[in-house]
Design a binder for this molecule. Structure first.
Ligand code: GDP
Ligand code: MG
Length: 813
């Protein structure tokens, strides 16, 4: 092949015609959008050698590109002097002549064969090109490549047989050679050959190629050996997961090679025209050349994101390689990549960030960074194979994944183990958590008593005791349980078990219109919806993410627990656990129904599937688990110290003002009731009472629920304030709140609460309005529109269900 002219070679004032655009997917996409598509004419307005940027006119608009970017665009010159050989008999314009040449050049595809040693590259090369290269164990001293040219369906294919490599790092001359070729020669298609008999190892190189975001096709070679082994691979499903065609071949006999060529041609056509459909072997269409991101786990992804944002400050680096790939390479301390960045203005920042993360990972995992990243790559590979590869059961197969996975993700043993772990988690949370909870409770009581004792009676003391301490106290008692729950979840995540749980739950979750990875947010949702919504980030597809985020608030978080505990203690003393369980299950049921409804009505189209990584099992370190616990609990604690505090004070103030002057000298408890009735809160409560009536609730419950919009912890604390068990009343009427609720009567002497109305209140608390913090998080994660949807939908659902249950209950009972 002679040197191909690029846009960077065209001098100022000259014109040329575009043949094709090379480079990684994001770059190609942007350039194509600017109008640099095949057959377009470009005029060079200013191209000073060695000077950036270069200016062009294309389709009537001015565009400037970097020199390095222009080098990625193949062109044919339109200057007459560049076509001395133009046939005297050719009766068209020079443009027509060049158009024919562009047509011819665009039919030329350069394909680089990349794969492990001995996976059959040369065999495939020989078969396709009809050449006779030496096949067999590579014992070469020289690192070299061979190019063979042949024709297929009107296309000219230049096949490049590159040396075999296990990886694309820089340990061997072969690796450096292949990398250099891919970096600088811009093949149109990378043909990744893998040995189907040893996929786990072969796919390692594939993950590195995926990171580079170049157009790819996979030849699944030695398919005969796979078939002989009795193992099964759903290669169409694998292709969907990976985002490029996967074609089975037997290179030695030539079986399937035509299909590989077919896939190469169609992928080439799709990438150069920016279209995305491909037909698999069963004739179904799917998004073939979708670039996937291998998910390296929350910690590594955060590191990549930060380094990436620093890289993006350099326009000239962005175009050349996929920035995600560069970021990962920098964290890996890859010398070649570091050299590429040496001249950048913020080189020291980039280096500092990459080094900081590298050291952090090396310390956390006690391994060098290359092993850390390769472990994460194998997590992706095991996940991809776990979904597509079935080993022949008669054959003992230990090399696939871990022995533990055979138990933990087993269809029969997996679920009981999962339920056991879930049970243990809730046991630890609620049983062990009860002790510190009691201490905090006692501490709070002591604090109130002491405040009343040392401070003069008056408004400030009332504010502190009844507002701040009572309100905060009602929430602070849950801190130990929340922390324990998050600790359990973090330990399960850090050991790698959570990924197995997600894997196991995948089929079941799919039936509900969700994804296996939605399981983790759901579990976290039992603690608090805010970190649960954040945890939905691991779901790659917008559809799955939105559905998970919208349904998570129906999972009963621990903030709702105090209300349930209060009401079951008061009205269902003999069936406490049963009623609680029913409430939790109803929440789950509504979440599932919502998800099914939305997937029927709004998200009809199924998104592309993605790999669920199975990261290596690790013994969790206390330090890591504590860090991760803190990450989850931080947001929750911040909320307690702000929203709940403010809400408590507001509720207290609304109930405290305007003051009733006690001229008639009524006794203390009647005065407290009178005060509440006449306060702003009382007036507001009576105003909104009609809304709560159908559910069997009166105004004080209504107020508590209204206050609970800020944070559901507030409901129980407001009820404590509103149903008059403040310090003064408790003195002469020492009934605990539950007893008080059971006995309190309205003006006609009927009980205010019944078992039915208490149950309906629990239903409403379970389902209505996600708290403000959750909504703010929902907005941050999936947008304002969905936030409004979530707020309105959940409240309507809650009201309809609670009212219906109450009304039907009244008729029946
Ligand atoms: P390279 O190192 O990647 O170039 O691999 P070669 O083409 O030299 O092949 C390595 C060995 O694998 C040779 O002995 C081939 O005969 C054998 N081989 C190649 N393709 C196949 C195949 O599809 N099935 C089987 N069973 N063996 C193959
Ligand atoms: Mg070879």
């Amino acid at each position: 092949m002679e040197h191909q002219l690029t846009l960077a070679d065209i001098q100022t004032g000259n014109r040329c015609m575009i043949v094709k655009v090379h480079g990684h997917g994001g770059f190609r996409h942007r350039i194509l959008e600017l109008g640099f598509v095949r057959g377009e004419v470009v005029s060079v307005l200013k191209n000073a050698p060695l000077q950036d940027p270069v200016e062009y006119e294309i389709m009537g608009t001015h565009v400037s590109l970097r020199h390095a970017e222009a080098q990625k665009i193949d062109v044919v010159s339109l200057s007459e002097s560049d076509h001395p050989d133009i046939d005297k008999d050719f009766h068209g314009t020079i443009e027509e002549h060049v158009r024919l040449e562009v047509e011819k050049l665009s039919k030329e595809i350069t394909v680089a064969l990349v794969g492990n040693p001995n996976c059959g590259k040369t065999s495939l090369f020989n078969y396709a090109t009809g050449m006779r290269e030496k096949v067999g164990n590579y014992s070469g001293v020289t690192v070299d490549s061979k190019v063979g040219t042949f024709h297929h369906r009107g296309f000219t294919i230049n096949l490049v047989d590159l040396p075999g490599t296990y990886s694309l790092t820089e340990y061997s001359p072969e690796e450096l050679y292949v990398r250099d070729y891919l970096d600088n020669q811009s093949p149109d298609i990378v043909l990744n050959i893998v040995n189907a008999g040893n996929l786990e190892r072969n796919l390692y190189l594939t993950t590195q190629l995926i990171d580079r975001n170049q157009p790819m096709v996979m030849a699944l070679n030695m398919y005969d050996e796979l078939q002989r082994s009795g193992d099964k691979l759903d290669h169409d499903a694998l292709a969907r997961l990976l985002g490029f065609p996967v074609v089975p071949v037997i290179a030695r006999t030539g079986w399937g090679i035509d299909n590989v060529l077919e896939a190469i041609v169609s992928t080439y056509e799709l990438t150069t025209t920016n279209a995305h459909k491909h037909t698999d072997s069963k004739g179904e269409q799917y998004d073939c050349i979708r670039h996937i991101h291998i998910n390296y786990g929350a910690d590594m992804e955060a590191a990549i994101a930060e380094v990436k944002s620093l890289i993006n400050l350099n326009d000239d680096k962005r175009g050349l390689f996929h920035t995600r790939y560069l970021a990962l390479k920098l964290i890996e301390h890859d010398k070649t990549t570091l050299e590429q960045f040496a001249g950048c203005a913020n080189y020291s920042d980039i280096l500092a960030a990459a080094d900081r993360y590298r050291k952090q990972f090396e310390k956390e995992y006690d391994e060098d960074i290359t092993s850390v990243i390769s472990d994460l790559r194998f997590g992706f590979i095991r996940g991809a194979l776990g979904e597509t590869y079935q080993t022949n059961t008669r054959r003992e197969k230990t090399e696939m994944g871990y022995a533990l996975d055979r138990v933990l993700t087993n269809r029969w043993m997996g679920f009981p183990i999962l339920f056991l772990f879930m049970f243990l988690m809730f046991e630890v949370t609620f049983v062990i958590g009860a002790y510190p909870q009691e201490w905090i409770e006692q501490g709070m009581e002591a604090l109130s008593g002491w405040l009343r004792h040392v401070m003069p009676a008056g408004m400030l003391t009332d504010l502190l005791v009844d507002g701040v301490v009572a309100g905060m106290g009602a929430v602070l008692v849950f801190v130990p349980q929340i922390l324990l729950l998050f600790l359990c979840i973090s330990v399960m995540e850090d050991t790698g078990y959570m990924a197995r749980a997600a894997f196991l739950m995948d089929k079941l979750m799919h039936r509900m219109g969700l994804h296996g990875k939605s399981f983790i947010p759901y579990i976290i949702g039992f603690g608090c919806s805010v970190p649960a919504v954040l945890a939905a980030r691991t779901l790659e597809n917008p559809r799955d993410r939105i559905l998970t985020v919208l349904t998570v608030p129906f999972i009963s978080c621990s903030a709702r627990l105090p209300v349930y505990l209060l009401l079951v203690a008061a009205f269902f003393p003999r069936h406490q656990a049963l009623v609680l369980l029913a409430i939790y299950l109803i929440g789950l049921l509504i979440a599932i129904l919502t998800s099914l409804l939305l997937s029927k009505v709004h998200f009809k189209k199924q998104d592309n599937p993605f790999v669920m990584e199975l990261p290596p099992y690790r013994v969790p370190t206390l330090r890591n688990s504590l860090i991760h616990t803190w990450d989850k609990a931080k947001e929750w604690l911040e909320r307690v110290s702000t929203v709940v505090l403010i809400a408590s004070v507001i509720i207290w103030a609304l109930g405290y003002f305007p003051r009733v002057d006690n001229r008639e000298q009524v006794d203390a408890s009647d005065l407290a009731t009178l005060q509440l009735e006449q306060s702003y809160l009382g007036r507001l409560g009576h105003g909104i009472e009609p809304v709560f009536r159908p559910m069997g609730m009166e105004w004080r419950s209504g107020i508590s629920l209204l206050a609970g919009c800020a944070a559901k912890e507030v409901i129980a604390s407001s009820m404590a304030v509103l149903y008059g068990v403040d310090a003064e009343t408790v003195e002469d009427n020492p009934q605990p709140l539950a007893e008080r609720l059971r006995t309190i009567k309205d003006a006609d002497g009927n009980p205010l609460f019944t078992g039915l109305s208490a149950f309906c209140m629990m239903l409403f608390v379970l389902l209505y309005f996600p708290c403000i913090s959750t909504l703010a998080t929902i907005r941050k994660e999936i947008g304002r529109g969905w936030m409004y949807f979530s707020a309105i939908y959940s409240t309507v659902v809650a009201w309809v269900i609670a009212s219906a249950v109450y009304q039907v209950g009244l008729l029946l009972l």
